[in-house]
Design a protein. Structure first.
Length: 250
């Protein structure tokens, strides 16, 4: 999907510029798809390579090779095919920027064998393409998120100047949110996995699925997935209106 996001109306609408999906693991589909997009909208100047799948977590002996092939094909082959098809065009025009979505899973271990292998490959592909196309004016970078926060609800409260934000936070194995604060209280429920809460000046506390935790306003803290699989947290923030839900602390 190709979309044009207007920040001021992001909460209510998303304009789809190219609704015709194509298989990123198919070379012919990618080549024709990119050509069709540029024929309608003109040169692509920025690409975020975010297509990916995340399979089930198993011990090595239980990995099904059809699942392995699907993850490698989408996460690694697909990333390369789309980057190559767009990047070659950018290089000829001597400008453009590509961001490949990798993962901290590509730099650590865990029972997600194909996914970790694919994301490690994405990191290496990114370095190779950056060196190859850099002199042609094309920037190629990767981001390796270990933590994502998705807002599910944002609701004004009867208390003046306060609103509640409900969000789903997901951590890959070994992933951390990074030290941060909230302009209000955080109430957390661990939906899946094992989360370690690191509060400045306090010993670490570990919470498993089904357990809850509380973080007071303004307290510097971090969250880390210390389990073997992903960790998912449902968090409610009661915060001041007009302020960001979280502020990073160096």
């Amino acid at each position: 999907m190709i979309a044009d996001i207007a920040p001021e109306i992001l909460a209510v609408t998303l304009t789809i510029l190219w609704p015709d999906a194509f298989d990123v693991a198919s070379e012919s589909a990618v080549v024709s798809g990119i050509a069709d997009i540029e024929a309608v909208h003109g040169p692509i100047t920025g690409l975020v390579n975010a297509a990916g799948v995340f399979g089930k977590m198993h011990a090595a002996e239980r990995v099904r090779m059809d699942n392995w092939d699907r993850e490698i094909n989408v996460d690694l082959r697909g990333t390369f095919l789309v980057a190559r098809s767009v990047g070659e065009r950018m290089a000829k025009r001597r400008q453009g920027s590509i961001v490949n979505v990798a993962s901290v899973a590509g730099m650590t271990s865990g029972p997600i064998h194909a996914y970790t292998a694919a994301k490690a490959g994405v990191i290496q592909i990114t370095q190779t393409l950056a060196a190859e196309w850099g002199r042609a004016g094309v920037r190629v970078n990767a981001v390796s998120p270990g933590f994502t926060r998705t807002v599910l609800q944002d609701q004004d409260l009867t208390a003046q100047g306060r609103h509640a934000v409900v969000a789903r936070a997901e951590f890959v194995p070994g992933g951390q949110a990074g030290r941060h604060t909230h302009p209000g209280e955080e109430l957390g429920y661990v939906v899946e996995g094992t989360l370690q809460l690191l509060v400045d000046g306090q010993p670490p506390k570990t919470f498993k699925a089904g357990e809850v935790f509380f973080v007071p306003a303004g307290v510097v803290h971090d969250g880390k997935n210390v389990g073997k699989g992903k960790a998912v947290v449902l968090a409610t923030y009661v915060v001041e209106k007009g302020k960001p839900v979280a502020t990073a602390i160096k």
